[in-house]
Every structure is written in structure tokens, then in C-alpha cells.
Design a protein around this ligand. Structure first.
Ligand code: HEC
Ligand code: HEC
Ligand code: HEC
Length: 111
């Protein structure tokens, strides 16, 4: 019985998937921030969970356009060291404002 239920869920998910792919405007599920913004440094790439953020936040919280996509609300100029603009101007202020648990802990973003 469990198997049949699982199959039904799987088929259901498969029929939903194409419509998600077709609306390309949602952007990627996750984003390798190091590669995307050509950051140099010894730390492992931060993989930003884009889809998870979309589920909780309006696109305009991060993108200039309320529909999302295109430019972000910040430009990353300083990309080195711990005082970089990702921390100071983007990820950290919102995590503090929204009281994300361990939102400034290194291991939350750097795995
Ligand atoms: C909310 C997410 C987040 C947290 C928390 C965070 N970082 Fe980062 N960090 C980033 C992002 C995004 C980048 C830029 C992309 C990348 O390097 O992958 C970055 C880049 C860096 C860089 C520059 C790149 C490099 O490889 O040298 C250093 C150094 C760094 N972080 C150190 C830290 C330290 C130390 C902590 C804990 C105090 C920390 N980070 C916490 C998101 C975070
Ligand atoms: C918490 C911040 C955040 C939120 C909220 C967010 N995004 Fe993004 N989004 C990003 C980041 C960071 C990137 C990667 C940077 C880039 O591609 O310019 C990105 C990239 C994208 C891209 C790819 C753009 C490109 O040039 O390749 C699309 C499309 C996109 N987002 C759409 C959306 C939509 C639609 C929403 C709302 C439903 C949304 N985003 C919400 C942070 C966010
Ligand atoms: C505009 C607000 C906002 C910005 C900007 C933002 N975040 Fe977040 N972030 C959140 C919220 C809200 C949560 C809690 C989401 C949840 O509970 O599902 C979160 C949670 C996370 C988590 C934890 C996910 C988990 O499964 O526990 C990671 C990792 C993360 N963010 C990385 C980043 C990185 C990296 C950046 C910058 C590139 C960033 N965030 C920028 C609002 C933001």
C-alpha cells in the first residue's frame, strides 16, 4: 500500500515539474555565490539556497524589480576577507533583521 501511495506522489510531482521549468523567471534553485560573483579566497563556495528564500520573501527584498531576476539591490564591490559586501550589505543585515537562527554563524553558509 505504501508503495502505491509513493508512486502516486511521484507521478503527481512529475506532472507538476514541467510547469515549473517552463516559467524560467523563478531562477535557479541554488546558486554557487563564489562562481557567480567570481570571488577569490580559500573558503569553500557558499551555495545560496535561492528557492528556500523565495518561499519566505518577496522578490523585491533582494532584486531591484518586484518581479525578481535581473539586478540585485546591492552591488558587491569588496569581495575579500570577512568584511566583504556579501556579509555586510546583503546576507547578514537581513538575517539579523529577520532573526534567522544562527544567521551570522559561519557554518550556516560556509559548509
Ligand atoms: C549568511 C551567510 C554567510 C555567513 C553566516 C558567513 N558568510 Fe562568509 N561569505 C558568504 C558569501 C555569500 C560569501 C561570498 C561567496 C563565496 O565566497 O562563496 C562569503 C565570503 C567569505 C569570505 C571571502 C571569500 C574567501 O574565500 O576568503 C570570507 C573570508 C568569509 N566569508 C568568512 C566568513 C566567516 C569567518 C564567517 C563567520 C564569522 C562567515 N564568513 C559567515 C556568506 C556568509
Ligand atoms: C534572499 C534574496 C533573494 C530573493 C528573496 C530572491 N532572489 Fe532571485 N536571486 C538572488 C541572488 C543572490 C541571485 C544570484 C545573483 C544574480 O544572478 O544576479 C538571484 C538570481 C535570480 C535569477 C537569475 C538571474 C540571472 O541573471 O541569472 C532569477 C530569474 C531570480 N533570481 C528570480 C527571483 C524571483 C522571481 C524571486 C521572487 C519569487 C526571487 N528571485 C527572490 C537572491 C534572491
Ligand atoms: C532579504 C532577506 C535575506 C537575505 C538578503 C538573505 N537571507 Fe538567508 N535567510 C533569510 C531567512 C528569512 C531565512 C530563514 C529561512 C527559513 O526559515 O526557511 C534564511 C536562511 C538562510 C539559510 C539557512 C537555511 C537552512 O536550511 O537553515 C542559509 C544557508 C542562508 N539563509 C544563506 C544566505 C546567504 C548565503 C545569503 C546572501 C548571499 C542570504 N542568505 C541572504 C533571509 C535572507
Amino acid at each position: 500500500m505504501k508503495k502505491i501511495f509513493f508512486l502516486a506522489v511521484l507521478v503527481g510531482a512529475m506532472s507538476v515539474a514541467p510547469s515549473l521549468v517552463m516559467s524560467s523567471e523563478v531562477g535557479p534553485e541554488t546558486i554557487d555565490m563564489k562562481a557567480e560573483f567570481k570571488v577569490e579566497g580559500a573558503k569553500q563556495a557558499v551555495i545560496f539556497p535561492h528557492r528556500q528564500h523565495q518561499a519566505k520573501l518577496a522578490c523585491g527584498k533582494c532584486h531591484q524589480s518586484p518581479q525578481g531576476g535581473d539586478d540585485l539591490i546591492v552591488e558587491f564591490v569588496n569581495k575579500t576577507g570577512s568584511g566583504n559586501d556579501f556579509h555586510k550589505k546583503f546576507c547578514w543585515p537581513c538575517h539579523v533583521e529577520m532573526e534567522v537562527p544562527k544567521g551570522k554563524s559561519c557554518s550556516t553558509c560556509h559548509k
